[in-house]
Write a protein that binds this ligand. Structure first.
Ligand code: ARG
Length: 500
C-alpha cells in the first residue's frame, strides 16, 4: 500500500500471493497495543504532539473495541496486519498525524514484537494447561498405588508394577515440558522494537520505555539480531514437539490398555467414538488424533527449520511463512493437553483385570532370580539360568503359572539345568516361588524410583510440591504481565481524556 518507489499497485495475484493479512489476524491485538506503546513513547520524546497522540490513540482503541472496523479499511488490499492497522489509523486520523505512527519503526521489528507477545501468552497458557494435566495425573496416581499390573519392554511382560508408577512417569516428563516452556519465556520476553528495518534509527527514541510499557523484561539489544533471529520462536516449536511426543506416548499406552486384549482401562464414553456400521464399537479416536497430530507437529517443526535454513542475516520475506506454522503448532498442543486431561480424569481402571493378568504372568521371574541370589548365595548368571529353566518347564506344561509347578517339576528342572550340586532342593524352590506373590514382587523392589508403596509416596510428595511451586510462579508471572498491560491501558485512557 505504501509504495513510494514502485509505480501503481501490486498485481492482484502478486498481492494475494504475498499477503499474510489473513494469517495475521491473531496478531491484531498485539499489533495495536504495540503501536499504542510506540506512540506514547514518541510523544514522550517529543516526536508527536499531544493532539496527534490523542488522535492516534483514539483510533487504536476504536480498532481494539471493534475489530470489524478493519474490514472497512481494505483487509484484502493489505500485505499484512501492520500495514492494515497503520492505514486504518491514517484514514481515521489524517496523514500528518497518523502518518507519524511509523516513525523509527519498521514492519521488520514490528512483526517480531507481535510474535513475541503472542508466544509469551501462549507459553503462559501452555504452562497453565500443563499444571492442570499434571495435577489430574497425580490424582489418578493416588487412587492407583495398589493397582498391580505388568510393566512392558518390547511390549512383552517385563516386571510387575503398579498403575500409579506409569502415571507418575508421565507426570515427570510433563514437569520437564513445563520447565522447558517456563525457562523459554525469559528468552522470548525481550523487545525487538526500535531495531527498525535492520540498523536502528537516527531518531532518538526510547527503546527501554516501550519495552517496559509492554511488560518485556529487556531488549533484544543488537538491531540485526532483533530483526533476523527467530531461534527463541523455533525453540517454542521444538518444546511443543517434545511435549507432543510425550503426549503421544501416553496416548499409545492408553490405546493399547483399552483394547479387549489388555482390558486394563475403559475410556469414558464422552471421549470415545463409535462406528457408522459396527454397533459394538467404542473407539479411542481422540487419542488417535493426538498420535496423528504428533506427526503433524513433527512436520511443522521441519517446515519451520527448513524455512530458516540458508537465510542470510536481515529480514527476508521467507520469514513470514513461519507464522501460520507456529500458530498451528501452538493450538494443536493446547488442544491436545486439554483432551488428554479430560481422558485422564474420566477413564475407568479395571484393577481386577490388571491383577488377574499379573498373577498369571512370568513377570515375577527376575524377582525370583533375585530372591535365589539372596537366599542361596548363587551368582546372578546361575540364578538367571535356573529361573529360565523354570519358565521353560511352565511354558511346556501349557503356559501354567510358576507357582503351579509341582515338586516333581522343580526337581526335574534342577536336574536338567545342572543345579544338583548347588544345595538347592525342590522344596526350597517351591517355597521361594510361592513367596513371590504379585504383592511381594512389588514390595521386594526397594531401589529408589521403583514401584513399591514407599517410593510411590516419595514421588507423589515430590510432584505435589513441584506443582504447588509451579502454580505459584506461573500465577505471579501472569499477574505481573496482566498488570503491565492494564497499566498501558490506563496510560492510553489518561492521554485520551487529558483536556490539554
Ligand atoms: N508480513 C511480514 C511478515 O510477516 C512483515 C514484515 C514485512 N517486511 C518487509 N520488509 N517486507 O514477516
Amino acid at each position: 500500500m505504501y509504495r513510494s518507489r514502485p509505480h501503481g499497485n501490486l498485481d492482484d495475484s502478486a498481492l494475494s500471493f504475498l499477503s499474510s493479512v489473513y494469517d495475521d489476524h491473531n496478531l491484531l491485538y498485539y499489533d495495536i497495543i504495540g503501536s499504542q506503546a510506540h506512540v506514547v513513547m514518541l510523544y514522550e520524546v517529543g516526536i508527536l504532539s499531544k493532539n496527534e497522540l490523542k488522535k492516534i490513540l483514539k483510533s487504536t482503541t476504536s480498532l481494539l473495541n471493534e475489530a470489524s472496523l478493519l474490514k472497512e479499511f481494505g483487509n484484502s488490499s493489505s500485505e499484512d496486519i501492520h500495514e492494515l492497522v497503520e492505514s486504518a489509523i491514517i484514514k481515521m486520523t489524517d496523514i500528518e498525524s497518523g502518518g507519524k505512527m511509523h516513525t523509527a519503526r519498521s514492519r521488520n521489528d514490528q512483526v517480531v514484537l507481535d510474535m513475541r507477545m503472542k508466544v509469551r501468552d501462549d507459553i503462559n497458557n501452555i504452562c497453565q494447561n500443563l499444571i492442570i494435566l499434571i495435577s489430574s495425573i497425580i490424582k489418578r496416581a493416588e487412587e492407583n498405588m495398589d493397582s498391580i499390573m505388568p510393566m512392558y519392554t518390547h511390549l512383552q511382560h517385563a516386571q510387575l508394577g503398579v498403575f500409579s508408577h506409569y502415571l507418575l512417569s508421565y507426570a515427570y516428563s510433563l514437569i520437564r515440558d513445563f520447565d522447558r516452556f517456563y525457562e523459554l519465556y525469559d528468552r522470548v520476553n525481550c523487545s525487538p522494537l526500535g531495531a527498525c528495518a535492520i540498523g536502528g534509527s537516527s531518531i532518538n527514541i526510547d527503546r527501554e520505555r516501550v519495552s517496559s510499557m509492554l511488560g518485556f523484561s529487556g531488549l533484544i539489544y543488537n538491531s540485526i539480531d532483533a530483526t533476523s533471529s527467530r531461534d527463541s520462536l523455533i525453540e517454542f516449536a521444538s518444546n511443543s514437539l517434545i511435549c507432543m511426543l510425550n503426549l503421544c506416548r501416553v496416548s499409545e499406552d492408553l490405546i493399547l490398555w483399552s483394547t479387549s486384549e489388555f482390558g486394563f482401562l475403559s475410556l469414558d464414553d464422552r471421549f470415545s467414538s463409535s462406528s457408522s456400521v459396527m454397533p459394538q464399537k467404542k473407539n479411542p479416536d481422540p487419542l488417535e488424533i493426538i498420535r496423528g497430530k504428533t506427526g503433524l507437529a513433527n512436520g511443522i517443526f521441519q517446515s519451520i527449520s527448513s524455512i530458516m535454513k540458508g537465510l542470510p542475516s536481515g529480514y527476508s520475506r521467507d520469514l513470514q511463512e513461519i507464522k501460520p506454522s507456529l500458530w498451528k503448532m501452538s493450538s494443536l498442543l493446547q488442544d491436545s493437553l486439554l483432551i488428554t486431561d479430560g481422558i485422564i480424569k474420566t477413564f475407568n481402571v479395571n484393577k481386577k483385570r490388571m491383577y488377574e493378568i499379573s498373577s498369571e504372568s512370568y513377570a515375577i521371574s527376575l524377582d525370583i532370580a533375585e530372591q535365589l541370589i539372596k537366599k542361596k548365595n548363587i551368582s546372578f548368571r546361575s540364578s538367571h539360568k535356573l529361573v529360565g529353566g523354570l519358565v521353560d518347564c511352565a511354558v511346556k506344561k501349557g503356559n501354567i503359572s510358576l507357582n503351579k509347578l509341582s515338586i516333581d517339576d522343580l526337581s526335574q528342572v534342577l536336574t536338567n539345568t545342572d543345579f544338583l550340586n548347588y544345595g538347592i532342593t525342590p522344596n526350597d524352590l517351591y517355597v521361594l516361588i510361592k513367596d513371590v506373590t504379585p504383592e511381594n514382587s512389588i514390595n521386594y523392589r526397594i531401589t529408589k524410583g521403583s514401584p513399591n508403596k514407599q517410593e510411590q509416596l516419595e514421588m507423589l510428595l515430590f510432584l505435589n510440591r513441584k506443582i504447588d511451586e509451579y502454580q505459584k510462579k506461573c500465577k505471579l508471572r501472569i499477574d505481573s504481565l496482566r498488570d503491565k498491560i492494564s497499566e498501558l491501558g490506563f496510560t492510553v485512557e489518561k492521554h485520551i481524556d487529558d483536556p490539554s
